[in-house]
Ligand binder design. Sequence first.
Ligand code: P1T
Length: 392
Amino acid sequence: MKHPTQHPETLAIHGGQSPEPTTGAVMPPVFQTSTYAQEAVGQHKGYEYSRTQNPTREKLEAAIASLEGAGLGVPTFCCAFGSGSAATAAVQHLLKAGDLVVSGDDIYGGSYRQFTRVFTQLGLRYRFVDFSRISAEEAIPEGTKLVWLESPTNPLLKVSDIAALAARAHAVGAIVAVDNTFATPIYQRPLALGADLVVHSTTKYLNGHSDVVGGVVVTANPALYERIKFLQNAIGAVPGIWDCWLTLRGIKTLAVRMARHQENARAVVAWLKSRPEVARVWYPLDETHPQHALAQRQMSGFGGMISFELKGDLAAAERFCAACEVFTLAESLGGVESLIELPAAMTHASIPPQVRQEIGIADGLVRASVGIEHVDDLIADLERALRAAFPG
Ligand code: P1T
């Protein structure tokens, strides 16, 4: 992807896209094919087999590369995978047995499970640290090969100083991968802050309609791109073509969706803070957030992810989630519809209870993905659920 000079709002619609040359179709065709005819052995039009190359997938990759590269001033590259977890795994496959990974402690439960139960078996070593509490020097020892972080994190929405971590990582010869699923390139572009790789679960905000599972790895480093592209083909965890097309369609409205997610989330946060049943609310753009100043500096906004604790016991939190009607009780996030869940019992259940406690994921922590419905209906729903959770 040549380096894009337009704003993310424009790139979400046009980045890496041009009308299809034979018909002028404005949307790329769905090239639903596994293979391509060759004129003679080895003579083809650049497409041999769809695990290796597919024009529809390439359009999706170009769109996301352009978004993460907005304002960077250098070309960016993207490889699409069949899930965010497959994209995460591709990054781990850059390493070899014995290599040390320093990972944020508060990460998606499935990433923690992959690190501790899949890649540890293959000899990778993981050190989990709270990047929001200790300095980059303390967090990243000499000999580290990969720094893995989410910012803001899932589910506690901790914010880490990506530029400081990247500077330290590079000083010890490590690369930095940032899972940017929560902020999206509309509000945060880690490559511009010094990260080497950006990972997304495109299942979430990028697709935005809760109908596709997918993931990507993005980089501005041509050598890293070649290695990720090799892994994409060699391991073969590629997305289906319809899923690429749907995700590409979803991305076109990313900027307007993110603005509405943010607007609704801000209103829901203000309302939750006014409620006596609510003990604590986490939202990076709220001034009570522990890393609010850093969030303001590093991100130009945030989406619809909120975490909060109720004053009651676990049973009250469970009653609350079950009583929501507009907010659907479900895993996942980032779709147009509002979702609610208990991380300890759902998305982060694969993290051992003691580790969850050390990280600060209380059993009663509630995570909400605030959608783009009318905010009054969202607040009315939460109010009704609070009454159900705290009768009398
Ligand atoms: O589900 P998948 O597309 O494989 O993506 C995994 C993943 C990676 N990174 C982050 C930050 C994520 O939140 C996820 C998936 N998360 C959920 C399903 C969830 O409800 O938190």
